[in-house]
Design a protein around this ligand. Sequence first.
Ligand code: COA
Length: 336
Amino acid sequence: MTGAPMGLGGTRLIGTGSATPDGILTNADLEKILDTSDEWIQQRTGIKQRRVVDQTKGESTVSICCDALEDAIKNTGVDPDDIDLIICATCTQQMSCPSVACRAAERIGATRAAAFDLAAACSGFVYALNTADSLIRLGRYKTIAVIGGDAMSTVMDYNDRSVSILFGDAAGAAILTQDENPERGSIKQIMGADGRGWECLYLPRKAIDVPECDKDNPIELGMLRMNGREVFKFAVKKFQHVIEQTLSEAGIGIDDVAQLICHQSNLRIIESAREKLGIEKDRVYVNIDRVGNSSAGSIGLCLDELNQAGRIKEGDLILLAAFGGGMTWASSLWRV
Ligand code: COA
C-alpha cells in the first residue's frame, strides 16, 4: 500500500478513450456451437453478448489497443509529441517483440515516448495506472498514456464451454499528466499477487507450460485454461478485501466514492461485492452484459464509458478494483 508521497505533486487524468470491435458474439451464437444455453450463461455470469475481433480483417490486440489510444488522443487533444511514456497492459499480444505499446506509439506518431507492455492479466489496467501515477509523482515522466486491452477471443477454445462463454475483446486508454495538487490522482493503491494460484488461470504457449495438474487433460496450446470454481472463490473473497482495505487505509467510507469501477469478470462477483459494501447500483458500473470479460480492457473501457457519459466529474473520488490471473489483484482510489 502506498499513499501520496508528501511534497510531490499529483496526477491529473486528462481524458480517456476506448475501442471495441464491431463483431458481436451472442449467447445464441454460442448455443449453436456449445452445449450451453442463454439462460445458463445469463444466470451464472450476467453476460448476454461479447465483442470479438475479426482476424480476417486484421483486427487484433494491437489494433484495438491502437484504436483506444487514438480515441484518447482525439478526445483530449493531447499532442502525441508531449507523451513521455506509453504503458500497455495486455496478456494477448500476438508478438512479445515489439511490444503493443510500441505499435501504439507508431500509430499515434509518438516518437519521443518510451513504451513497454505490462503483464498482470485482468488486473493489468489498474497495475499500469498505479505505475504511471507513481512515475509521474516521482517527476520522472510528465505525461503518460496508459492502455489496457485484450483480444481474448483469439485465445478462446470455443469447444470449452467453461471458459469461452466469459470472455470478449476490448481496450481502454487514459492519458495522465503532472498536477501540482498531491491529493489528485491515485491517493491510495494496492497491488498484490499470489503466484501459488497460477494454475487456476493460465495461457500455455508450449507443452512445457502445462502444469502437473493438467498433464493428463486434453490441452489446446495457445488457449486460456481456467478453473472457474477456484477463481470464483478467490475473486469473491479478494475483491471485497481489496476494496475494504483501500477505503480503510484512505480513512473514507464507500459513501464518499462517486463510482466503484470493478473488473467485469462475472456479474455475480460484482454483485456480491456491491451487496456486502451496501452501495447502490447506480454507483457500481456494469457493462459485462454487453461486452463480456475483456481482461485488461475491462476497467479502461468502463472508465471511458462513464467519462464520455459525463458521469465522472472533476473532484470526484473513484475506486477501481480488479483481480486476475497470476493470481493478481489491484485497486486505485483516484481523485479525478
Ligand atoms: N453451460 C452450461 N453448463 C455449464 C457451462 C456452460 N457454459 N459451464 C459449466 N457448466 C456446467 C458444469 O459442467 C457443471 O455441471 P455439473 O453440475 O453437472 O458438473 C455445472 O454447470 C456447474 O459448473 P460450475 O463450474 O460449478 O459453474 P459455476 O457456477 O462455478 O459457473 C463460471 C462457472 C465459469 C461461470 C464461474 O465459475 C466463474 O465465473 N468463475 C470465475 C471466472 C472468472 O471470473 N474468470 C476471470 C478471472 S479475471
